[in-house]
Design a protein around this ligand. Structure first.
Ligand SMILES: Nc1nc2c(c(=O)[nH]1)N[C@H]1C(S)=C(S)[C@@H](COP(=O)(O)O)O[C@H]1N2
Ligand SMILES: [Mo]
Length: 204
């Protein structure tokens, strides 16, 4: 199932509809320190340089919105969520990856990370959300920014995101090292790493 095929308003197999918006994460909620916050793009960039935006600069980047469903691997889904923020495709345009880049690692506060295929990251609906439904995110939902990749399980979208590493080979992120599927497509219920087929992830 490619990111171009969309299933708006339909629950993936094994999911149930959630009312409200639960908070789900590992560890404490970080405190936002505007003077120390930056967003970095590093690793295999096309120009070999690290790119960084402070909070004011990041907030001034082109604002996009995405309407999408949200699926947590613990089986709850929300339908029709409006996210606002910086499109991942916009970031790829501002800080292009080298031609050899195949995957990205998205980094968040406290070293939380999640790996994605470049194609999933570059999908038109992948967004560094700063807002939901026109309102700024709350601290527990990832303020000042979180990644949302609607066509994958929601752990693929780190809250309190701080940067992206361009990679020329795949590497597992936080949950992907701890038993969760390397790809995480909810439509084929790619929940756990034991379900991985050859080629779907680096060796554990
Ligand atoms: N930094 C960080 N981001 C994270 C997580 C986490 O543990 N740490 N958990 C993920 C999981 S499993 C889910 S379902 C969503 C939940 O987002 P929400 O709390 O806004 O509903 O955040 C994802 N992003
Ligand atoms: Mo989750």
């Amino acid at each position: 199932m490619g990111p171009s095929e969309r299933h708006e308003g339909v629950l993936p197999p094994g999911q149930r509809l959630q009312r409200g918006w639960p908070v789900t994460h590992y560890g404490p909620v970080p405190r936002f320190k505007p003077d120390r916050w930056d967003f970095q793009v590093f690793g295999a960039t096309a120009d070999g340089a690290k790119h960084a935006w402070d909070h004011e600069e990041f907030s001034a980047l082109p604002y996009a919105t995405v309407m999408a469903d949200f699926h947590c691997v613990t089986k709850f889904s929300m339908l029709g969520v409006e996210w606002g923020g910086v499109a991942a495709a916009e970031l790829l345009r501002l800080a292009p990856p080298a031609p050899e880049v195949t995957h990205v690692m998205v980094w968040a506060e406290y070293g939380f990370s999640s790996n994605l295929r470049l194609s999933d990251f570059a999908a038109g609906t992948s967004i560094f959300a700063t807002h939901r439904g026109g309102e700024p995110l709350t601290a527990e939902h990832g303020f000042p920014a979180r990644l949302v990749v609607p066509h994958l399980y929601a752990w693929k979208g780190p809250k309190w995101v701080r940067g992206v590493e361009y990679m020329t080979a795949d590497r597992r992120g936080f949950w992907e090292e701890r038993g969760y599927h390397n790809v995480g497509d909810p439509w084929s219920e790619q929940r756990y790493s034991y379900q991985e087929e050859p080629g779907e992830g680096p060796e554990l």
